[in-house]
Design a protein around this ligand. Structure first.
Ligand code: DGJ
Length: 720
């Protein structure tokens, strides 16, 4: 379908992507409406929507004049008027290389306000973004009390909601529930890490309990790193009303005369191919338009944190670099603990802000480490936490006015009993944060990777810089964006990981400056299957850092087999989080093989289309998923046993996303079995693999002393 925006009758607007259509009404002088969002429609079908009984709803409902429905926007005028009456005054559309940008301008006949609702189509990826600009056209201040990015009515039926919840070390967990009457509110008020306790994305399944590879699903993702709300409201009508935007609680947004508020974008995607279909759309769009370097393969790395924690020293770093290089890794990242002169960073209670190397630990400075990495034939990366300080730091001694703090109150401390959040709203802080990265990269241009951490929420809700305290969230994230823009303008090539106490920054509003995110501080392979499953709803494997770590696991103390840990880690952006010195030679040999195997399939994993198959949340005792190239000539299939009982009987491993007409040769990766699988090296049609599948043994065939209660398989499929 090529005509992207068609003005049918004067007032009907059709937005098309390859597989979806949105129909809006924008008649001059009337309220803008939305009539349809779903599978792609032809012109005749669009024209027949109203004959089929489809009814339009307000596109961007405003408070006060049309009954008690939830508004997307509300404001208080200078004269105290609480009501809004938005009537279309102008519609404009222009093309961009992959679609169209539409704006509908509405004005209020009584109050001085202009609201512009924008829609941007990404034709090939089946994404439609919406956002709003609200301008105070009056002579006096007015105040926005709700300012969501968008509103989507969803017809009542057997509609289910899938959202992601969690906490530190348990991020990205899936919650599935029927969308019931009443109000369902997902919100996050952390301030700095908005994907810890819940995510700013949701899937809405229209055909009953969500299925991975069938059924109509709408996905939505709010592109905002700060506080947000997803609001699902269902009164006694035919529609669920879905809203998403910045959380307006304690954040009335005052608009000066002539001032405009611009909301973050809200991205929608529709697929008739189930949850995985929506995920594929978001992954493709994210890799192409949002993620930094979404088209460049990520290096296999070793991160020092779980290996040595704060115990950083030059020989130790050299040893870790040598070990990861010998296993085929390509990058070493030195985590926390390398800095602080007056207050050396020995633990988490001091030094953030003093980004000067601790020469007692690292006499040769960063320069010596970069050279060591070069000597080992790998690249060097470094950890920083630039938005934070500790009260025990030279920075805080110099600039106590740079921390977030409520007027007239004492500091509220976070991690280590002394951590504080810097005020990113303050331009001096923005310069300082830019300077940290700039300093490191100017002095050490061969630094290849930065792990950018953020380990505290905004607990003292106040800025010593911003006069309007209610603007703090927006001002913080605007300052963050400005700083990151400057960093990226000067250092477009450096790889930057968004870490925030683990997975606190898996969000499409943050990722445009980042290459990836640290999925969770919990590296336990079993729990990672659940967390990575949920996280993959919206974020691709290339962005999802997934590391092989030691056992017993440092967070859950579970002991899993190395094979299982590797088979889980290599379903994301593979890395290691371990002290290699403590590994046996046999373990190192196995990891060397795993890394080599991963490098062979890395483009498939990192750029392929995801097909989640059997969900761990369905409690079937196993989980499986796969990545398939867009040409459908290569695929990587994963099967993990997640519950172990004697005499288990699992169904055959049925696949998806293959070309039924193509013939695929199967090769097991990360193999430990003494004897090959019966399917090893054999060929099967895509149709057979998708209809019948492969019978996989429920345990690995290894020597008695190697047996464990874990079992998993990774299969590589290539077209003959
Ligand atoms: C929290 C991160 O999630 C960890 O990976 C590690 O970098 C620590 N911070 C360091 O303090």
């Amino acid at each position: 379908m090529n005509a992207l925006v068609t003005l049918l009758l004067a007032s009907t607007i059709i937005l098309n992507t390859n597989n979806s259509t949105m129909v809006l009404n924008a008649e001059t002088g009337r309220e803008a409406q939305i009539l349809y969002y779903g599978a792609a429609l032809g012109p005749n079908e669009t024209a027949a929507l109203e004959d089929a009984g489809f009814r339009a709803s307000s596109l961007y409902p405003a408070f006060g004049l049309r009954g008690a429905a939830e508004p997307a926007v509300s404001m208080i005028q200078a004269d105290g008027n609480l009501t809004l009456d938005l009537r279309v005054s102008e519609v404009s559309a222009q093309k961009w290389q992959n679609g169209e940008v539409l704006s509908i301008t509405s004005c209020d006949p009584v109050c001085p306000v202009t609201v512009k609702n924008f829609f941007k189509t990404y034709e090939a990826e089946n994404i439609i973004e919406t956002w709003v600009e609200i301008t105070n056209t009056g002579k006096k201040e007015s105040t926005l009390t709700r300012y969501y990015s968008g509103h989507l009515p969803v017809r009542v039926g057997d509609v289910w909601l899938s959202t992601l919840y969690g906490t530190w070390a348990n991020e990205g967990r899936v919650c599935e529930e029927p969308l019931a009457r009443g109000l369902k509110l997902i919100k996050n008020m952390d301030g700095t890490r908005n994907s810890h306790t819940s995510h700013a994305e949701a899937m809405i399944s229209l055909d009953g309990k969500p299925c991975e590879n069938s059924g109509r699903v709408i996905g939505l993702a709010l592109e905002w790193g700060g506080n947000y709300e997803l609001r699902f409201q269902t009164n006694d009508s035919d529609f669920h009303h879905v809203f998403a935007g910045i959380c307006p609680d304690n954040a009335p947004y005052t608009l000066a005369k002539g001032e405009t508020f611009k909301s973050p974008a809200l991205a929608y995607s529709y697929s008739g191919e189930g949850l995985s279909g929506v995920s594929r759309n978001f992954h493709r769009w994210g890799r192409k338009y949002r993620l930094a370097h979404g088209d460049i393969e990520r290096k296999v790395l070793l991160n020092s944190w779980e290996g040595v924690y704060f115990d950083i020293n030059e020989p130790g770093m050299d040893q870790m670099m040598g070990d990861i290089a010998s296993m085929g890794g390509e990058l070493f990242v030195m985590d926390d603990g390398w800095f602080g002169v007056k207050y050396p960073r020995k633990n988490d209670s001091s030094s953030l802000g003093d980004w000067e190397v601790d020469r007692t630990k690292l006499p040769g400075g960063i320069g010596a480490l970069v050279k060591m990495a070069d000597g080992h034939g790998i690249r060097f990366g470094i950890w920083i936490e630039p938005e934070m300080t500790n009260s025990v730091s030279e920075l805080y001694e110099k600039h106590p006015e740079w921390v977030l703090k409520a007027p007239g109150r004492e500091n509220v401390y976070g991690r280590g009993g002394t951590q504080l959040v810097l005020d990113m709203a303050n331009p001096q802080v923005q310069d300082y944060v830019f300077g940290i990265v700039d300093g490191l990269l100017t002095q050490n241009p061969r630094i290849d990777y930065i792990k950018w951490d953020a380990n505290m929420n905004i607990s003292a809700y106040g800025s010593q810089y911003t006069k309007d305290q209610a603007r703090l969230d927006v001002a913080y994230w605007d300052g963050f964006a400005r700083t990151c823009d400057r960093i990226r303008a000067k250092y477009p090539d450096v790889t930057i990981q968004a870490c925030a106490s683990g997975g606190g920054r898996a969000n499409w509003g943050v990722l445009p400056w980042f290459d990836e995110f640290w999925t969770s501080d919990n590296t336990d392979a079993l729990q990672r299957i659940y967390m990575q499953w949920g996280t993959s709803y919206f974020f691709p494997a290339i962005a999802m850092a997934s590391h092989i770590s030691a056992t017993p696991n440092h967070t859950v103390f579970r002991t899993t087999s190395l094979k299982f840990r590797c088979d889980v880690a290599c379903s994301g952006r593979l890395g290691m989080e371990i002290q290699p010195k403590n590994m046996t030679d046999a373990e190192k040999d196995f990891c060397r093989k795993v890394i080599a195997d991963y490098k062979g399939v890395r483009p498939v994993v990192q750029f392929g289309d995801i097909y989640r198959l059997t969900s761990p949340y369905d409690n079937k005792g196993f989980a499986s998923m796969m990545y398939v190239t867009s040409e459908k000539d290569k695929a990587v299939f994963y099967w993990w046993k997640i519950a172990n009982f004697y005499d288990q009987h699992f169904p055959r491993a049925v696949m998806a996303g293959l070309d039924p007409e193509k013939t695929y040769r199967v090769h097991e990766l990360n193999r430990i079995d003494i004897t090959p699988l019966p399917c090893e090296g054999k060929c099967f049609s895509g149709r057979f693999l998708m209809e019948n599948g492969l019978d996989l043994p429920s345990s690995n065939n290894v020597d008695y002393n190697m047996k464990s209660d874990w079992s998993s398989r990774v299969l590589y499929l290539t077209v003959e």
